[in-house]
Design a protein around this ligand. Structure first.
Ligand SMILES: [Zn+2]
Ligand SMILES: [Zn+2]
Length: 486
């Protein structure tokens, strides 16, 4: 979930569905989170949405989408682009669809959504089911989505006039795939799978669309976000609302594994099996990189080094901090550039971004502008700046540096990626500045301690989360003192 510190914003689906009211539901009981100084020594990913504080997985909601096609004379499908201001999956390409109403048949849901979103009316009885995809558990908003295929009825032309979408057009499936491969657009795995299958025509389409286990409601162990940027979400003892850490495997013939995070054997096996598949294709793991020292980022590193006999690289500060826990073979320094062999090739630049952790680095893939942010930003929860390790002034400087790099997409260590990098970075910076202004006002009003300031300033945050909020206030006060403003 997006738990902005302000509690603003709404939830939207990972597969490009529009958000509905209410938050995620939880399977099982889930343990309440302890707050304040009782936090586990994991990564401090600040999380403020108290109603969703559970240790359980989020149950997927039923949804349906329609792949509308025409043959004119080439096969084309109608895809839509979500508006940039959508909180999740903004600027992602998708198919028309949405969440089912209580008790609604999915086929009726599909037909209704198609009509509401693009104005095309189809007979539900004529919709062909072509797969079922379940959003992976690392995403706080999950859907169990049925995909249906439908020919566009004669005399009807889809249009796109909902503010949730800023584009709708016919596209030849092969052309859609090429755009994704160039890195110029974002689309989720089911959409890409559909485009790939439809690029070979409509023959035997139902069987071909559902031949992949992931297209029959199965797990999606690895998600290729962009060509050569593969996300393997692994369950970690991180802080709710996050439940997973995103491990990234980047490259083509040569691979870098970033943040092998999980201490759990079954999660390590999952990552190993993804890497086994890649190496069976003749690809080689070159190094393991660590973004920073937190245990929910490094706990699989030793295992991976032994299993694959590859060196570990991290910033020198991180290497010192995890000395005796993980042995670092090589230092990553700000400005280091590594070219990875493969088609089309990847150029990774190391960017030292202290603030959340002193030795934190982001990884910037320069050719297509993909920024792997580590814990500088998050797609779920926000980021704790916890002094003395965390430093607010430095954190803001690092965010400003990231903004200046003008990335085209952000790949977080927790939660779903962002296809609207400029807006997201600006939002992060503005949000901290706004919070600081309010803290300064509270200070001037005579509230001079963190626990006095939090109830004044964090009125939008559940009291259960005030312990974490106090850490952020301490960081803001430190910055204001350093600047001589208090
Ligand atoms: Zn983390
Ligand atoms: Zn962290």
């Amino acid at each position: 979930m997006e738990s902005s510190i302000d509690g603003r914003g709404r939830q939207d689906g990972f597969w490009g569905l529009e958000g509905e009211s209410g938050g995620p539901t939880s399977e099982g009981e889930g343990e309440a989170v302890r707050i304040g100084r009782d936090l586990p020594p994991a990564c401090l990913c600040e999380c403020y949405t108290a109603p969703f504080i559970t240790g359980g997985r989020v149950a997927p909601r039923n949804a349906a989408v329609v792949i509308l096609y025409r043959e004119d004379p080439e096969l084309e499908v109608f895809w839509v682009r979500r508006s940039r201001n959508m909180r999740f999956m903004g600027a992602h390409y998708a198919f028309p669809g949405g969440q089912a109403e209580p008790g609604e048949e999915l086929v009726n849901c599909a037909a209704r959504e198609l009509s509401e979103e693009v104005g095309v009316r189809v007979d539900p009885a004529e919709l062909l089911p072509v797969g079922r995809w379940v959003t992976p558990a690392f995403n706080p908003r999950r859907f169990d989505t049925c995909f249906f295929l439908a020919g566009c009825p004669d005399g009807q032309e889809p249009r796109c006039d909902t503010p949730e979408l800023d584009l709708g057009e016919w596209v030849e499936p092969g052309a859609a795939l090429r755009k994704w491969e160039e890195g110029s657009i974002m689309m989720a795995p089911p959409i890409r799978h559909a485009m790939k299958t439809l690029a070979d025509g409509l023959d035997d389409i139902q069987r071909r669309m559902t031949s992949d286990p992931s297209a029959r409601g199965g797990e999606i162990p690895a998600i290729e976000m962009r060509k050569g940027i593969v996300l393997v979400p692994v369950r970690t003892p991180t802080l709710p609302p996050a439940t997973h850490t995103n491990c990234y495997v980047v490259g083509g013939n040569e691979l870098i594994v970033i943040d092998p995070a999980s201490p759990y054997p079954e999660e390590r096996e999952l990552l190993d099996s993804v890497l086994e598949q890649m190496t069976a294709e003749g690809r080689r793991i070159r190094e393991i990189w660590l973004t920073h020292r937190h245990s929910d980022h490094i706990s699989g590193a030793n295992h991976l080094r032994e299993r694959w006999d590859v060196p570990i690289a991290a910033h020198e500060i991180t290497a010192q901090e995890i000395f005796g826990i993980v042995e670092v073979d090589r230092f990553l320094s700000d400005g280091d550039v590594v070219d990875l062999v493969g088609d089309p090739g990847w150029t990774l630049r190391v960017v030292h971004t202290p603030g959340h952790a002193r030795g934190h680095v982001c990884i910037f893939e320069e050719r297509r502008g993909s920024l792997i942010t580590g814990d500088m930003m998050a797609g779920v929860g926000t980021i704790v700046i916890d002094p003395p390790e965390g430093h607010m002034g430095t954190y803001l400087e690092s965010l400003t540096q990231m903004e200046a790099m003008e990335p085209s997409a952000l790949f977080f260590a927790h939660g779903p990626a962002s296809g609207t990098a400029p807006e997201k970075l600006r939002e992060y910076i503005d949000h901290r500045v706004e919070r600081e202004t309010n803290i300064l006002l509270a200070w001037q009003d005579g509230k001079t301690t963190s626990d006095a300031i939090v109830p004044e300033v964090y009125t939008d945050v559940h009291p259960k989360m005030w312990g974490l909020a106090e850490r952020s206030v301490a960081a803001h006060l430190e910055k204001l003192r350093e600047e001589g403003r208090i």
